[in-house]
Design a protein around this ligand. Sequence first.
Ligand SMILES: *Cc1c(COP(=O)(O)O)cnc(C)c1O
Length: 379
Amino acid sequence: MFERPIEMVDLKSQYARIKEDVDRGIQKCIDQATFINGPSVREFQVNLEEYLGVKHVIPCANGTDALQIAMMALDLEEGDEVIVPAFTYVATAEVIALLKLSPVMVDVDLETMNITPELIEKAITPRTKAIVPVHLFGQCCDMEGIMQVAIKYGLKVIEDNAQAIGADYQFSSGVKAKSGTIGTIGCTSFFPSKNLGCYGDGGAIMTQEDALAEKMRIIANHGQVVRYYHDFVGVNSRLDSIQAAILDVKLRYLDEYCTARWEVAMAYNKAFGDIDALLVPQTASFTTHVFHQYTMCVQGGQRAALQEHLQKLGIPSMIYYPVPLYKQKAFSQYCAADFSLPNTEILCEEVMSLPIHTEMKPDMLAYIIDGVRSFFIKK
Ligand SMILES: *Cc1c(COP(=O)(O)O)cnc(C)c1O
């Protein structure tokens, strides 16, 4: 056993390094009693706009709300089809169903585990109104190709950027843009374990369009333009002042955090390169990877045995995600019983994520690497 407990993500050690600044930010909100819509919310919003190079950031209560508010703002009608990857976290499709829209699930690429313009285009029908690319595990989808498909068919694009904040997308022209700022709207989550996480729930919506930003601000605030005058039915979705103060501190470290994760991932990639049964994560040429998760494929039906082997060594591992969206009971009405997508099926059988975070020490990393290798290479 390793001398310290190993966790998928180490938020305690991360806090220890920024404790003074974070504590000061929290205390200030309490001293000022500015718990809702305090100055820290506005400060964080402006700093995030600048970091992302996006015109508007609208803070909200969580990443799922961000997706819902985005879809409410796009004037979609009951039954309209929205394309989503079948291999993703449930939140992406959940809000589509909640708004009485119809989620259409498409397969993902085996190497990047993301949807592609080709797979999207095959699923488009006259009812299709929007696409939700999910930048899964920390790398961008092919946004240039996706935007071309969107323009060709007149579709809106909502980027689910909950796992990739900080990633850079590079267009074929060489121009770069931050993930979440390329589509019609971008959505992100500040859930504690996300790459930019707060100490509770939080989320944000991004857009370059003034009118859309205004509309989403109003929707997130009970549909009120002037206080107590409600133009349409909205929701109550706010980022707490205290959470904003924490995020404003952590935003300063985001690039450093992304690098730290990337270094862990590169060490894993290097250490597992010679193991035939392990397919290490591939990064597409047009994006950086911020490794929200380090997710590899374990071939030959050995995943459960490897997990068990690691567990005995005190090394946690997780399966993100074990079940395709179309096999979830909650979504059965949208898919035929025999609906199946080949790559999604393979990934659900083979993916396995290892611990990755900003505070990984070399001795712990070496222990995890040895633990994985010892399963395949018997001494
Ligand atoms: C975390 C996550 C969400 C939802 O964010 P919450 O803040 O938990 O509501 C949505 N989509 C993806 C891909 C996520 O990873």
